[in-house]
Write a protein that binds this ligand. Structure first.
Ligand code: BTN
Length: 330
């Protein structure tokens, strides 16, 4: 069911969010929204009582200094500046997996861009049958339903598109993120985000694609299971301060939409070039475990289909799926 339009309080919040760290004058807000100055002030007070920290400075106006650390529709909707992604939001406290609900919704006819978010997953899933650590209230667990106009053979490109958006969102949050093929986002060699793409298609038509994104935002070392403590990290650990989760989520959806639009308009070539520029893999000596076999060599390039080209002793190998281990820089 489509959600109602933003109310005045959410519109005031949307204005403040759009200004990011700048002040917006009460006069501008009241003029643009057709509200009295007293009504703007009333909404600011109501927002403060909901946990938003809004600074007020004489002659400058209002500034959004902090948003409540919740990923509900009330927090997310005013921050979104997308045309499709997240226009319908399904926010839950607890889910086995956001991908599972998104797949169910897609089967029932969910529209392109519907988003599922959960505060916690009890059976979060990773690639290749692994589980995804999903503690409550710390990170981002999000799945987007897409209905792309693509032949099924090209659907895997969307995972690489999503990895660009996740990498860029992490960089905007102030960390030096890069992508390990195909779509792990690393900071300082440790994994901070992963993407699980699932789809339903017929030989010549994609029905839906669900792109599931997990980003470790505010997890502490103790939040990770023992076996991940050395190889995984969170943005908060890497940048030394917590990440406002709702702002990060809105920025990620906006970047994802921009990359999806670019992919639809310009094709895979633009994505391929951007992926190369953000790659933590190319030029590195790697070992790839693919379908029980191991390929070793130097990761030379991403080909025009998204496969990884590895130059080993026996020549050039084209890897379409697998787990990459980074060995050393050449
Ligand atoms: C990986 O790197 O193995 C992929 C991890 C994908 C995790 C996300 S969290 C949101 C969505 N729901 C899931 O169950 N998995 C994906």
């Amino acid at each position: 069911m489509p959600e109602p339009a933003l109310g005045s309080e959410e519109m005031v919040l949307a204005f403040l969010a759009e200004a990011v760290d700048d002040y917006v004058s009460g006069e501008v807000i009241s003029g643009k929204l057709g509200l009295s100055r007293a009504a703007v002030w009333k909404h600011v007070r109501a927002l403060r009582s909901r946990g938003y920290r809004i600074e007020a400075a004489p002659a400058r106006g209002y500034r959004l200094a902090e948003v409540p650390d919740r990923l509900g529709a009330l927090e997310l909707r005013p921050l979104l500046n997308t045309h499709d992604l997240g226009q319908v939001l399904h926010c839950r406290e607890d889910l086995p997996s956001t991908n599972d609900l998104a797949k169910e919704l897609a089967e029932q006819g969910a529209a392109h861009g519907e988003v599922v978010v959960a505060e916690r997953q009890t059976a979060g899933r990773g690639r290749r049958g692994r589980s995804w650590s999903s503690p409550a209230g710390k990170n981002l667990y999000l799945s987007v339903v897409l209905r792309p106009d693509l032949p099924p053979q090209r659907a895997a490109e969307l995972t690489l598109v999503a990895s660009l958006a996740v990498c860029d969102a992490c960089r905007q949050a102030g960390v030096d993120a890069a992508i390990k093929w195909p779509n792990d986002v690393l900071v300082g060699g440790r994994k901070v985000a992963g993407i699980l793409t699932e789809l339903a298609a017929e030989p010549d038509e994609v029905h839906w694609v669900v792109v599931g994104i997990g980003v470790n935002l505010n997890a502490s070392r103790d939040d990770f299971p023992d076996e991940l403590r050395e190889t995984a990290s969170s943005l908060a650990l890497e940048r030394g301060q917590p990440v406002p989760r709702a702002l990060f989520t809105a920025a990620l959806l906006s970047l994802l939409e921009q990359w999806l639009d670019r992919h639809a308009e310009e094709g895979f070539a633009a994505v391929r070039q951007a992926w190369r520029e953000r790659s933590a893999t190319l030029g590195r000596e790697v070992r790839v475990e693919a379908g029980g076999a191991e390929v070793g060599g130097v990761a030379e390039d991403l080909d025009e289909t998204g496969a990884l080209l590895v130059r080993g002793e026996g020549g050039l190998v084209r890897v379409v799926a697998g787990d990459v281990r980074l060995l050393r820089t050449r």
